[in-house]
Design a protein around this ligand. Structure first.
Ligand code: 16G
Ligand code: ZN
Length: 548
């Protein structure tokens, strides 16, 4: 009773915008910030319910990532620190679009019953809230808080301005009984980074790449945090540009650099040859690049696929050191299953390279929730989208084995190659964010591996040569008319379209092309790759015409 009137009363303060239909999409709600108050309020309710249901801390992040500054959005972090369980997405769509407080209350009542959520108001539900640097963030955070507190017994804890991965990390930490502050996050990352730096081969430490890393902060939260964090990092020199003086995501950031293949604002030919990296607006994506000397603004792009390849190479090497000579005995050894997960956007050359390394490569549809879920099936699962979102997941079973054998190695053969390999893998599992892709932790791992290998960014980029590719988007009336299968590599609807695409592909050697409905915009996306840029462009535009 009391609960019902509280919900009705607070919902009345946040009427939904008229004539707009919002959808949870691939990674949460996203729209012009002015349309979002009621949605954010309602997602606050959902988060409180999710916390009651799971008996764990839940996270709410207010961000629109790489989208323009006038946009905003909200996403939910589940108890593990990962994305909201997909079972709850239909409910989130339904409540976001409920026309009035009464229909909202009805949806909630039905859902609470169906999910058997204890509603006595005695339990304590807690939601951690974070936001990026967008000016609309503060008011939206307040709306989310009001949503949370309209469930009796639920509280919202404001973590302030944080990166998306920081918030996910904090949720995961809290649910493991650890302290979830920014300083703990920085401490864990810097400690494991230091440990990895100390474990690099001695002969390499002298001729490694010691030049400054120059980072494009996308004028968002990531640049701000890195500027703060870099003081805690010894052995790595970082210069952060685009720290928030310019407009967020405008001509800057990982999405821009990866899609346009040009240098971001404040980078130019004077930076030719330097090792540079770019974060996106909420610092969950990372790409590297190097400005080419002659033509201004042209870059050598080192994307998520290549970060994945570098990580895979390093992990595989550590695993084989660890398993040396253990093959036949099989007593203490553990055949860790190492797998890599990509999407259809992964450059064909990267997939070939990973296959040649003898790795198991799995494709999933676009969206972190799909890649993450797949990667979690391995002992060590590395996932990356070409756009720079990815991380490395370690299974509990493997970590447990690794910790035990590391202890044994320390007592029997301290300083041995095996002991060091075990230390390195343990440090990687601490450094790399286990909850979600994290540009800051990813950047530190890249840096430490480059130092370990003694590689420059160019040497790294030479791992394989990307096939030229082209991405186009086609505005359509109804993007749901396109249905895909096999991790978005085949269009099964409209009927006949795949045959027409195949006919185009057949015209180009090594041609590859697919279409998919965007999960974040009203468009159909077209991706094409071939052996020359002209061919990739031509293939993409002929397939775009088929869609139009
Ligand atoms: C979201 C996804 C990203 C994906 C992108 C595709 C998360 C956290 N983010 O930003 O992984 O690459 O959508 O957008 O899942 P699209 O469907 O518009 O192409
Ligand atoms: Zn992002």
């Amino acid at each position: 009773e009391k609960q019902q009137s509280l919900l009705l009363e607070s919902a009345a303060r946040f009427p939904p915008p008229k004539g707009v239909r919002l959808s949870y999409g691939t990674a949460g709600f996203r729209a012009d910030a002015s349309l979002l108050e009621s949605t954010v309020f309602r997602v606050g309710i959902l988060a409180a319910l999710r916390s009651l249901k799971t008996g764990s801390v839940i996270g709410l992040m207010i961000t629109a990532s790489h989208n323009k500054v006038a946009d905003n959005g909200i996403k939910v972090a589940d108890p593990s620190g990962g994305m909201l369980t997909q079972d709850w997405e239909p409910f989130s769509d339904a409540i976001a679009n409920a026309p009035d407080p009464h229909s909202l209350l009805q949806l909630i009542t039905e859902f609470v019953k169906k999910e058997e959520i204890g509603f006595e108001g005695r339990q304590l539900a807690e939601v951690l809230l974070g936001r990026d640097t967008r000016p609309s963030g503060e008011a939206l955070l307040e709306a989310a808080k009001q949503g949370i507190t309209s469930i009796i017994g639920a509280i919202g804890t404001d973590m302030g301005v944080v990166t998306t991965p920081q918030l996910h990390w904090m949720v995961r930490a809290r649910n493991r009984g650890l302290e979830a502050s920014e300083s703990c996050y920085f401490h864990q990352l810097s400690t494991s980074f230091r440990c990895l730096m100390d474990l690099k081969p001695e002969e390499i430490s002298k001729n490694g790449n010691d030049a400054t890393l120059v980072v494009d902060g996308a004028d968002g939260v990531g640049g701000e945090k890195l500027e703060q964090f870099k003081k805690m990092l010894t052995g790595l020199c970082i210069e952060v540009r685009n720290r928030g003086d310019g407009i967020l995501n405008e001509g800057v950031g990982a999405d821009y650099v990866q899609k346009e293949k040009v240098a971001p604002r404040s980078f130019g030919s004077a930076d030719a040859g330097l090792r540079c990296a770019s974060l996106d607006g909420d610092a969950d994506r990372l790409v590297y690049f190097s400005v080419l000397s002659k033509k201004n603004n042209n870059i050598e792009l080192v994307d998520g696929d290549k970060i994945l390849s570098l990580f895979a190479l390093f992990i595989k090497e550590q695993l084989s050191i660890l398993n040396e000579g253990e093959g036949k005995k099989g007593n203490d050894s553990y055949q860790a299953r190492l797998g890599v997960v990509q999407t259809a956007y992964a450059n064909g050359a990267s997939t070939d390279y990973l296959n040649e390394m003898g790795l198991e490569v799995v494709l999933t549809p676009t969206g972190v929730k799909y890649l993450h879920e797949k990667a979690a099936e391995f002992d060590i699962g590395i996932y990356f989208e070409a756009n720079g979102h990815g991380t490395i997941l370690f299974s509990e079973a493997f970590l447990c084995w690794l910790e035990t054998s590391h202890k044994t190695l320390l007592s029997t053969s301290e300083g041995s190659a095996k002991q060091k390999a075990a230390s390195r893998l343990l440090a990687v599992s601490q450094l790399i964010n286990q909850a979600v892709g994290d540009a800051l932790s990813g950047l530190l791992l890249v840096e430490v591996i480059l130092k370990y290998m003694g590689w420059s960014i160019h040497r790294w980029n030479e791992l394989y040569h990307d096939l030229p590719s082209r991405q186009l988007k086609v505005k359509v009336v109804d993007r749901t008319a396109v249905l895909t299968a096999n991790a978005e590599t085949v269009a099964v609807q409209p009927i006949g379209i795949q045959e027409a695409i195949n006919a185009e592909i057949a015209k180009y050697p090594r041609g590859r092309c697919f279409i998919r409905p965007s999960g974040t915009e009203d468009v159909i996306r077209v991706y094409a790759e071939a052996t020359s840029q002209d061919a990739a462009d031509a293939l993409a535009s002929s397939v775009a015409k088929l869609v139009d």
